[in-house]
Design a binder for this molecule. Structure first.
Ligand SMILES: *Cc1c(COP(=O)(O)O)cnc(C)c1O
Length: 484
């Protein structure tokens, strides 16, 4: 390069060394706050990125000197960033109760207390307190689930316990994979063409079947599958009928689907397994919320297929996990599969799941945040929205309360919404997306949504105790947006 103004070698010589940087006035004070190694790493990272820009021809002498002048601040920020966890708590003002991107179900206070209790010291995770010898971790949570289901379907838990068993793995995708592999490896599995679905996050039924080592035999058509389609496809290689809950979409019009009890009957008479991927883990009906036709785990349980799988952190409202609920002999096959060991959960999951199930067993579902948020009356949301509106409205920031619809989310209850209210914000000078981004940059970040160029704060998934935090964030942001 002929221009001395942008000769890289000359520009590199303008950069300070790491030592020089740390001796500078801005950073030497920080050495008391942060370990030296953290600042050295931050300084190297910033210097490295400036060198890269110089090499790419993005700098002149003038711009490098400007960068050098501000470098102390950049290193301080980088050091701070490097010490901050990437996973932080946020406030969910999207109205989506089971927001997969925001961590799905928040845990109940009881679940958190149990986690703290079990995690703070030792536990009987794999220890039998009766005999004082080695126990099995996969015996936790199952009895509580069976008792909770027993109390819902009105059957004594002992009777259920004789015929049913439970195994817990990392998530429902793992449970489905494990169920297929344990019961049907090398054989054929019948699936309706209407149920060859993608659940989201890369979970596609045909691909899971392949990875589980089973052969997919499609039956019926996309919109209609009859019992005779299943019956006609059964051959000597058929091991299983898989039924998948169409969680995240709904078929309308000329459709037909076989009832689970008819599949169970067919499976029994043909000597093949019937496996339902129930998905949502819904325990109590949502009918009284106007959400109809959402099948529950208890309903599937009553119809008694050989195996049912469900997520722990969808409508059940517990920790992330996959529940395998099945006939005792079937779950025994699952347990003896080496994959089960690879997909097992930790003690914290068992702790939170047992506490969540206990709330169902004692009919105190309202202790579970997911259940509570789904059931909060619109009138209560309206009242809270009015209070937030009154606290944040200014001359520059218009705030009104609007009626809206919350979706339940998490790939559940497709097409259904809940009546809700939101505080709708519009800033005199700034776009809704600029305001939205600024809310997201706060601590804690406030996650909202934009509709018709206004920011909507739906309070359904905000714990009432955090309304004040929401108010504080909006107040802090409004003047800042104003200045930009
Ligand atoms: C959500 C869902 C899954 C995947 O569950 P994860 O817990 O997210 O792994 C599988 N099957 C069905 C039917 C689902 O609804």
């Amino acid at each position: 390069m002929d221009d001395p103004q942008s000769d890289p070698e000359a520009l590199f010589r303008l950069l300070p060394s790491v030592d020089e940087l740390l001796r500078g006035s801005g950073l030497s004070a920080l050495l008391e706050k942060y370990p030296r190694a953290v600042l050295v790493q931050a300084a190297r990272s910033i210097l490295g990125s400036v060198r890269k820009d110089i090499t790419a021809g993005a700098h002149t002498q003038k711009s490098v000197l400007e960068v050098v002048y501000a470098m102390g601040d950049r290193v301080a920020l980088e050091a701070q960033r490097s010490l901050s966890p990437t996973l932080v708590a946020v406030i969910n003002a999207t109205g989506v109760v089971l927001h997969t991107n925001l961590g799905r179900a928040p845990l109940s206070e009881a679940a958190i207390r149990t986690i703290v209790d079990v995690a703070s010291g030792y536990s009987n995770l794999e220890f039998d307190l009766q005999s004082g010898t080695r126990g099995r971790r996969d015996r936790h949570a199952g009895p509580m689930l069976l008792r909770a289901l027993g109390s819902i379907v009105g059957e004594p838990a002992e009777q259920i316990g004789e015929r049913w068993d439970v195994a817990i793995v990392n998530n429902c995708a793992a449970a489905t994979l494990l169920g297929l592999n344990s019961l049907a490896e090398g054989g054929e599995v019948l699936v309706s063409r209407g149920e060859l679905v993608e659940i989201g996050g890369g979970f596609r039924i045909p691909e899971i079947l392949k990875k589980a080592g089973v052969h997919l035999r499609e039956v019926g058509t996309t919109n209609r599958t009859r019992l005779s389609d299943y019956a006609g496809a059964i051959n000597a290689n058929t091991r299983m009928i898989l039924r998948v809950h169409q969680s995240n979409f709904r078929m309308q019009g000329f459709t037909e689907r076989v009832e689970l009890e008819d599949l169970v009957e067919l499976g029994r008479s043909s000597g093949i397994f019937v496996f339902e991927d129930q998905g949502t883990g819904l325990m109590v009906s949502l009918d009284d919320l106007g959400v109809h036709g959402e099948p529950s785990l208890a309903e599937s349980f009553r119809k008694a297929p050989d195996l049912i799988t469900a997520s722990g952190d969808k409508l059940l409202g517990g920790p992330q996990c996959g529940i395998l609920l099945g006939k005792s002999a079937v779950v025994e096959r699952v347990r003896s599969n080496p994959l089960f060991r690879a997909l097992r959960v930790d003690k914290l999951t068992y702790a939170a799941l047992e506490a969540t199930l206990l709330s169902y067993m004692t009919h105190k579902e309202d202790e579970i945040p997911t259940v509570r948020m789904l059931r909060v009356p619109a009138s209560e949301l309206h009242r809270r929205c009015l209070a937030v509106r009154d606290a944040v409205a200014t001359r520059n920031l218009e705030a009104i309360v609007v009626s809206t619809q919350s979706v339940i989310g998490g790939g559940t209850t497709a097409g259904s919404t809940l009546d809700s209210f939101a505080v709708s914000l519009r800033h005199e000078l700034h776009t809704a997306s600029a305001l939205l981004a600024e809310l997201r940059r706060q601590s804690p970040p406030l996650i909202a949504r934009v509709q018709n160029d206004r920011v909507l704060l739906d309070l359904r998934a905000v714990p009432p105790a955090q309304d004040e935090v929401v108010i504080g964030i909006v107040r802090a942001v409004a003047p800042r947006v104003w200045k930009r």
